[in-house]
Design a protein around this ligand. Structure first.
Ligand code: PLP
Length: 401
């Protein structure tokens, strides 16, 4: 890489690689999606109509489960999952610390305590050995996160949770369309949660879902998303009935028919969009193998990685500056890098609430200093990918020791 002539960085007033910022993630909306939403607007149903059931069937087919329950966000999906499992005050829920806060918040919503678990240094996925170490008589469930889109080691997690009588939840918000040992994401845990936020694979604006093959859990999820009421409006309309009963305290976590109409056309594009993400990742892999100072995360051979994120680790020993400087320099070059994530146990809320802090999960804390998420979305062109590679080479060669 030192054969490249040193060019003035954009942060130092040089010409940027790109003049318009390339975001790290972005939805793909085509004419089919627009037509589906318009048709839904013109239909009899704006919410809780036939498109909800159709979207749920399509999701269950992708996941290979008997049920899918659509909800308003990925966070609502996690909240509903904890409710369905009966998580409550006094319970502990083991959760990877290398995730978005919602993976842990769902336990706190119900009065339970999230217990943060460290990750494998090469994949940043929850470390099954660390899971086992943190199990106590209060532990009720384990929330694994398929970080970046790579499924966790579910055979190991399953054998630990079965041995200790715990429920296993896959926060699969990064990984729809991926698989583990030939089994699709969505079927890998007892409950599996998804987000349909625009940076995720399937966009419905806001949206989420839970997949499961446990009929009783599916019933509880449906109850929770509709105020704890036993029937929904469409079921009553079909039966010509007016009476309903609220049997538990639930929320309005419904996803609208308009959003589900979009979800159906979005889901149809999933195989192609995962393939495009994998192709972009392969281009990055080849390019960065030749760049000193950067190392992609490890990918196990028994998974199909869905690549919500493409995460690189900076080799800080080879660089004269820290991650924040590299981040700023890449942004100035027009590359919308991001950081996923500040380990959740380091957020002030949990530090204060639980009396925890630095040192709890040393592997995740060390990784946090080094990670950067590069742009990764299906609509990226090969030129976009080249711009990212060029900017990373330019910035890292500049700051190389
Ligand atoms: C996006 C995300 C969520 C939350 O999803 P929302 O739809 O934004 O509520 C939860 N967990 C993970 C790992 C996520 O990436």
């Amino acid at each position: 890489m030192n054969i490249l002539p040193k060019r003035k960085l954009a942060v130092d007033g040089g010409a940027p690689v790109r003049t318009r910022l390339l975001p790290y993630g972005r939805q793909t909306i085509d004419d089919n999606d627009v037509a589906a939403v318009v048709a839904s607007l013109r239909s009899d149903w704006l919410t809780t109509g036939p498109k909800v059931a159709e979207f749920e069937r399509a999701l269950a087919a992708v996941a290979g489960t008997s049920d899918a329950v659509a909800v308003s966000t990925g966070t609502a999906a996690l909240h509903a999952a904890m409710y369905a499992l009966g998580v409550g005050p006094g319970d502990e829920v083991l959760v990877t610390t290398m995730t978005f806060a919602a993976s842990a918040n769902c336990a706190a919503f119900l009065g339970a305590t999230p217990v943060f678990v460290d990750v494998d240094p090469d994949t940043l996925l929850i470390d099954p050995q660390q899971v086992e170490i943190h199990i106590t008589p209060r532990t009720k469930a384990v929330v694994a996160v398929d970080y970046a889109g790579q499924p966790c080691d579910y055979d190991a997690l399953e054998s630990i949770t079965r041995k200790h009588g715990l429920a296993l939840v896959d926060d699969a918000c990064h990984a729809i369309g991926g698989s583990y040992r030939g089994r699709p994401v969505g079927s890998l845990a007892l409950l599996n949660t998804f987000s349909f936020h625009p940076v995720k694979h399937v966009a419905t604006g806001e949206g989420g879902a839970i997949t499961t093959s446990d009929a009783e859990l599916a019933r509880r999820l449906r109850l929770f998303r509709n105020h704890g009421i036993t029937t929904d409006f469409r079921e009553r309309a079909e039966k010509g009935a007016f009476a309903y009963e609220m049997i538990d305290l639930g929320y309005n976590y419904r996803l609208s028919d308009i959003q589900c109409a979009l979800g159906i056309t979005q889901l149809a594009k999933l195989p192609a969009s995962v393939a495009r993400r994998q192709a972009i990742a392969a281009q990055y892999d080849v390019a960065f193998a030749k760049v000193s100072g950067v190392k992609p995360l490890a990918v196990r051979s028994d998974v199909s990685h869905a690549y919500h994120l493409y995460v690189i680790r900076l080799d800080l020993d080879a660089l004269a500056v820290d991650r924040a400087t590299i981040f700023g320099a890449l942004r100035a070059e027009g590359i919308g890098v991001n950081v996923h994530y500040l380990p959740v146990h380091l957020h002030p809320y949990y530090q204060n609430k639980l009396g925890i802090g630095k040192g709890l999960c040393p592997v995740a804390e060390a990784a946090y200093q080094r990670i950067l998420s590069l742009p990764m979305f299906p609509a990226m062109t090969d030129d976009d990918v080249s711009d990212v590679v060029e900017a990373v080479e330019k910035v890292l060669s500049h700051y190389h020791r």
